[in-house]
Write a protein that binds this ligand. Structure first.
Ligand code: NAD
Ligand code: IMJ
Length: 254
């Protein structure tokens, strides 16, 4: 079959290492013929991400910390004159303590930080990149079931993902007339840097594998292939949606 993303340029935010969901997505996009532009969070990640970018044959990498207005402005500047087709937002952060202690104890600062990095940043990135999507495009973000159900310890991140999914709908509504689609993929648990060290994470993986229709956990390559669908013209009828790629876990009751 011909390549699904031939002739398209994809900006991917959120590669930190080879376990990152954004890295699996970058690999799948490359396989499908997309031109890749990667951003990383701060100088600390410059060398490792440049290394991964070279392996992927990416065109460009640059620093973009979404908590910094000047970095967001640089998104538009750096990509000026480039026709952009796809943006992948694969970024989340909350203070460690807010994932460990009871949700009711969340501080104002911790709540706002989780919202800023994990939800508002999608709006900011959409604002900065939509003008470059001159022939329409597809914006994707990553969510988690904890936005819709209570999952132990997800806490302030669950509230941030609920806001993220609502932002997907408002952005889809406003950008639809410009032929820009906006969707989220709700991925099942995957052992990335953002999941390592989470209390009882291996128990969560075990419980998921025991109950999910597929009787196993989610493979990052499955998330990446769903991202290809939503980013490609095959996804042209889909916007404002949350697509679950979680081995079917979310449909189960008792
Ligand atoms: P990861 O740690 O590899 O990726 C998180 C990324 O966020 C990192 O690249 C990090 O540099 C970036 N980031 C954090 N703060 C930032 C900032 N201020 N500016 C720019 N970048 C910043 O982990 P991951 O699991 O690949 O997470 C990617 C996305 O997938 C997140 O939105 C996460 O919530 C979501 N997700 C993960 C899982 C899972 O089980 N791993 C499941 C569902 C959804
Ligand atoms: C995160 C916390 C609690 C339970 C969790 C997770 N489960 C899963 C995750 C069950 C799958 C991973 N996930 C979906 C995330 O969105 C993670 C976000 C995250 C992780 C960390 C760890 C390190 C840190 N801050 C973080 N902020 C956000 O300091």
């Amino acid at each position: 079959m011909s390549q699904l993303l031939a002739g398209k340029t994809a900006l991917i935010l959120g590669v930190a290492n080879k376990w990152s969901l954004a890295y699996a997505i970058a690999q799948a996009f490359r396989r499908e013929g997309a031109k890749l532009i990667l951003t990383y969070q701060g100088e600390r990640l410059q060398k490792p991400v440049e290394q991964l970018a070279a392996e992927l044959g990416a065109e460009k990498t640059f620093d973009c910390d979404v908590s910094k207005d000047q970095d967001l402005a640089r998104l538009t500047e750096t990509l000026h004159g480039e026709k952009l087709d796809i943006v992948v937002h694969s970024i989340a952060f909350a203070n460690r303590e807010d994932l460990d202690r009871p949700f009711v104890e969340t501080s104002r600062a911790g709540y706002l930080l989780a919202q800023e990095i994990s939800s508002f940043s999608l709006v900011a990135v959409a604002k900065a990149t939509a003008p470059l999507m001159t022939e329409g495009g597809s914006i994707l973000t990553l969510s988690y079931l904890g936005s819709q159900r209570v999952l132990t310890n997800y806490n302030v991140m669950g509230v941030a993902k609920a806001a993220l999914e609502a932002a997907v709908r408002y952005l889809a509504s406003e950008l639809g007339p410009r032929k820009i689609r906006v969707n989220a993929i709700s991925a099942g648990p995957v052992k990335t840097a953002s999941a390592r060290g989470i209390k009882d994470f291996s128990k969560i993986l075990e419980a998921g594998a025991a109950r999910a229709p597929f009787r196993r956990n989610t493979d990052p390559a499955e998330v990446a292939d769903a991202a290809v669908l939503l980013a490609s013209d095959l996804g042209r009828g889909i916007t404002g949606d949350v697509l679950f790629v979680d081995a079917g876990f979310h449909i189960m009751g008792l």
